[in-house]
Design a binder for this molecule. Structure first.
Ligand code: NAD
Ligand code: IPM
Ligand code: MN
Length: 351
């Protein structure tokens, strides 16, 4: 098989982790006998600073032709975040209807949770984040700017199609896992969107009698991610709540540098996008110490999506093996003194 993948390294540590991991993916293609070529796009904040746009006007049309997209991170200290993200990352997720965002949180053997008392596999859940609407619908604006009576409106949009799609995906996933779905909302305060969400969860749950359903409010869920993370299996949440919960999921399983994600276009009409959960990490950019494993695991999710499950498994195994090996290099976020490059070279030796 031959695959064409668009790579968008982006900003900050994005290019560090995407470019450094490239040789791993070349090894994988060779080992598993398929042809996967990356086409690199220099889109991002530097382009915005030089040319006034994060990507060309034809950007989405260009990307549409690819089998998948691998993205590093977007975000630059000199450009407002709402400009960079709303002109590259979020238009891809929305434009390509990547409605299902899957974000696993797994405590690997050899990795210490800051919570203490947990060992390998104790924490193992996946967050299904609604990815194209909800609080990120971007409807609204600021009225009467500068007159002292401004009103900023940021409306959320929850459609039956979008909500049902993510909830159903979560229940489907639960049937393949431990059979439990936790739906996270804020129905006590948000009387429209979240009550609607609850109603859809109830409807879909009726179709999955073997799946146990738990309902949590997002404030309590945030606490329970810390207090009893071992009890979660599949967590389903809106765009914003899923965003927040997955940073907690990342840190309780060791590091932002280990958390992968998949943004899935279910219909297959458009490419899906794979990216680490973390951002451009301006505090460590240029130091050569960014953890590349979140990117590697995101690529593993990409191989799985493309149907190259052996390649995907090999990458998961290599990462698991490296983390479990006390002699293997690790980056400072995991308490080591290794560089991005050390981790990549060691991983290549394990494939
Ligand atoms: P961040 O995820 O970039 O960093 C949070 C902390 O985690 C930092 O201390 C950072 O050093 C650490 N970290 C993150 N990735 C790491 C890695 N691979 N290895 C080691 N340590 C790592 O979050 P932030 O600081 O809130 O955001 C920085 C910028 O990134 C902002 O502009 C934000 O908008 C953007 N952002 C982009 C994405 C994305 O492109 N998907 C995601 C999150 C944040
Ligand atoms: C993420 C990020 C993005 C999001 C930002 C950068 C817009 O935090 O992918 O988790 O909120 O989706
Ligand atoms: Mn986030």
């Amino acid at each position: 098989m031959a695959y064409e993948v668009a790579s968008i390294p982006g900003d900050g540590i994005g290019p560090e982790v995407v470019d450094a991991t490239q040789p791993i993916f070349d090894d994988v293609s060779e080992q598993f006998g398929f042809d996967l070529s990356f086409h690199r796009y220099d889109w991002g904040s530097e382009r915005h600073l030089e040319q006034g746009a994060m990507m060309p006007a034809t950007g989405l049309a260009e990307l549409e032709e690819y089998d998948a997209i691998l993205l590093g991170a977007i975000g630059h200290p000199e450009v407002p975040d709402h400009v960079t993200l709303n002109n590259l990352l979020l238009p891809i997720r929305k434009g390509f209807d990547q409605a299902i965002c899957k974000r696993p949180a797994i405590l690997f053997d050899g990795v210490e949770s800051p919570l203490g008392g947990y060992t390998s596999g104790d924490i193992d859940f996946v967050v299904y984040r609604e990815n194209t609407e909800g609080e990120y619908a971007d409807m609204g604006g600021q009225e009467h700017p500068g007159h002292g009576h401004e009103v900023a409106v940021q409306s959320s949009v929850f459609t039956r199609t979008g909500t049902e799609r993510i909830v159903r995906a979560a229940f489907e996933a639960a049937t393949e896992r431990e059979g439990k779905v936790t739906s996270v909302t804020k129905s006590n305060a948000q009387a429209h969107s979240m009550v609607f969400w609850d109603q859809i969860v109830e409807e879909v749950a009726a179709e999955y009698p073997t799946v146990t359903v738990e309902r949590l409010l997002v404030d309590a869920a945030s606490m329970d991610f810390i207090r009893r993370p071992e009890e979660f299996d599949v967590v389903v949440a809106s765009n914003l709540f899923g965003d927040i919960l997955t940073d907690i999921g990342a840190i309780i399983t060791g590091s932002m540098g280990l958390a992968p994600s998949a943004n899935i276009n279910v219909s297959g009409e458009f490419p899906s996008m794979f990216e680490p959960v973390h951002g451009s990490a301006p505090d460590i950019v240029g130091d050569g110490i960014a953890n590349p494993l979140a990117t590697v695991l995101s690529a593993a999710m990409m191989y799985d999506h493309l149907g190259e499950t052996d390649a995907s498994d090999a990458l998961w195994d290599a990462v698991t093996g490296q983390l479990a090996d006390p002699k293997a290099p690790r980056t400072p976020d995991l308490g080591g003194a290794g560089t991005t490059e050390d981790v990549v070279q060691d991983l290549r030796s394990r494939l």
